[in-house]
Structure formats: structure tokens, C-alpha cells
Design a protein around this ligand. Structure first.
Ligand SMILES: C[S@@+](CC[C@H](N)C(=O)[O-])C[C@H]1O[C@@H](n2cnc3c(N)ncnc32)[C@H](O)[C@@H]1O
Length: 224
């Protein structure tokens, strides 16, 4: 049973990402180059986490409609009310673009019928890598049906964590990770088998000691 991540955990997660964006510029360039592939009037960010606004500012074009979904109430509260100056800046910048953003507190699996055929792009970062086997197939079906014909999905996933057992236990408790590990090429094949074709695909090797992950996998898929 997953527990809602408390606000201080969400803040810690946001801090950690900002620290990494600043201190690992090559990794940030890699991540940004995939986010810069996101194009389209309607974009879905499932399992959006606290980086919902930061991610949008890196897309190729400003979407007219940008929808985030997160099962964690604290994450939604954080995104709507936190006064962390970096979040305030990103939220204001995102609002100034004129994009209509909506953040829903929900389980993505409950939104399949509501979302059918509504999106040009799905930004699947972090979240998708926490699903395996039949659960991953189910998740891919939700993304596939949410996309319009020829819609795109950008996937970024982190592989090979280096962390303490306590940190892992916390991640599992809050639905931020799973104990299983994806082998990147098999992961890609499983997503393709769910009706996606892979285009640009790259693996970025990180410094495990300082960045605390082995590899990041980026891939741009098209529906069909
Ligand atoms: C590993 S974090 C990823 C956050 C962000 N997308 C990123 O790139 O770092 C996973 C997020 O998915 C959310 N989550 C977990 N299960 C979910 C579900 N079934 N539906 C919607 N959100 C979910 C968690 O609350 C958490 O914010």
C-alpha cells in the first residue's frame, strides 16, 4: 500500500532535482534535449511530481493545454501553494506563456476513458520506469489511448540507483520507485509492443558516485 508523500519529501525531491540541474550541466543538457522534443497543443504529464512547471518551460513549443496528474495530494498542494522561489518563478513563467494548465489529483489508471484521444504528446519522465510487466503494459495502454493519431511520447528514465536501503524504502513507500530494474533495451521493446514506434533513442552514462544513478535513457516514440 502506497502512502501519500509528505510535503517535506516533495520539497526534498524538488531541491534534489534543482541541485542536479545546476551541478551536472551535461546531464541537464541531455534531459532538456529530450524535453525539447515535446511539441503539440495538448500535453499530458502523468505522475508529474513537483517539476510540472519546470518541465513545461523546456518544451519545444508552448502547449495550449497542459495537464498534470499526480496521485499525491501533497504534490498538488506543493505545486499550487509552495513559496519556494524557484517554483514561484517557474509557475509564473508557465502562466505567463498563456498555456492553460490543470493539475489533477488522481490515479492515472482512473482517467483512461476521460483522456481518450485528447493529447498530442505525453511526457513520461521518471514515473513510467516504476512500472513493470503487466502494470507497464496497462500504463502504456492508458498513454496510447490518451494520444491522438500520430501523437508522441517522450520517455526519460533513470537506471541503476546508488542509495541507502532507507532511501529506497522511502521511495517505495511513496510510489516513487519499484524494486525491479528495467534493462533499457528490453524496456524499449516492451513499450514498442504496446503500439509505439521508437525514434530518437539515447543512453547517457552518469557518474554513479556523484549523480547516484548509472544511466538515463531518453526515447521519443510515436503512436502506431
Ligand atoms: C518518481 S516520481 C516522478 C516525478 C516526475 N515525473 C519526475 O520526472 O521526476 C513519481 C510520481 O508519480 C506519482 N504517482 C505514483 N503513482 C501514481 C499513479 N498511479 N497515478 C498518478 N501519479 C502517480 C507520485 O506521487 C510521484 O509524484
Amino acid at each position: 500500500m502506497k502512502t501519500d508523500s509528505p510535503l517535506d519529501y516533495v520539497q526534498w525531491y524538488y531541491d534534489k532535482d534543482h541541485y542536479r540541474w545546476e551541478h551536472f550541466p551535461e546531464v541537464t543538457d541531455f534531459i532538456n534535449s529530450f524535453l525539447a522534443e515535446i511539441d503539440g497543443e495538448s500535453v499530458l504529464n502523468p505522475g508529474c511530481g513537483p517539476q510540472f512547471y519546470d518541465w513545461m518551460l523546456r518544451f519545444k513549443s508552448v502547449p495550449k493545454k497542459y495537464v498534470g496528474v499526480d496521485i499525491s495530494k501533497s504534490t498538488i498542494t506543493y505545486l499550487n501553494t509552495a513559496d519556494d522561489p524557484r517554483l514561484v518563478k517557474a509557475r509564473n513563467a508557465a502562466l505567463e506563456t498563456g498555456a492553460q494548465s490543470r493539475i489533477l489529483c488522481a490515479d492515472i489508471f482512473d482517467l483512461e476513458s476521460e483522456f481518450t484521444g485528447k493529447f498530442d504528446a505525453v511526457v513520461a519522465t521518471g514515473f513510467i520506469g516504476t512500472f513493470h510487466g503487466d502494470d507497464l503494459n496497462r500504463l502504456c495502454r492508458v498513454f496510447h489511448s490518451a494520444l491522438k493519431p500520430d501523437g508522441m511520447m517522450v520517455k526519460l528514465t533513470w537506471h541503476g540507483p546508488h542509495r541507502t536501503p532507507e532511501q529506497t524504502a522511502e521511495k517505495l513507500k511513496y510510489g516513487y520507485d519499484s524494486l525491479e530494474e528495467h534493462e533499457p533495451y528490453r524496456f524499449l521493446s516492451q513499450i514498442e509492443a504496446c503500439g509505439f514506434s521508437a525514434g530518437r533513442h539515447e543512453l547517457f552514462e552518469c557518474d554513479p558516485e556523484t549523480y547516484q544513478w548509472d544511466v538515463i535513457q531518453g526515447c521519443v516514440f510515436r503512436k502506431g
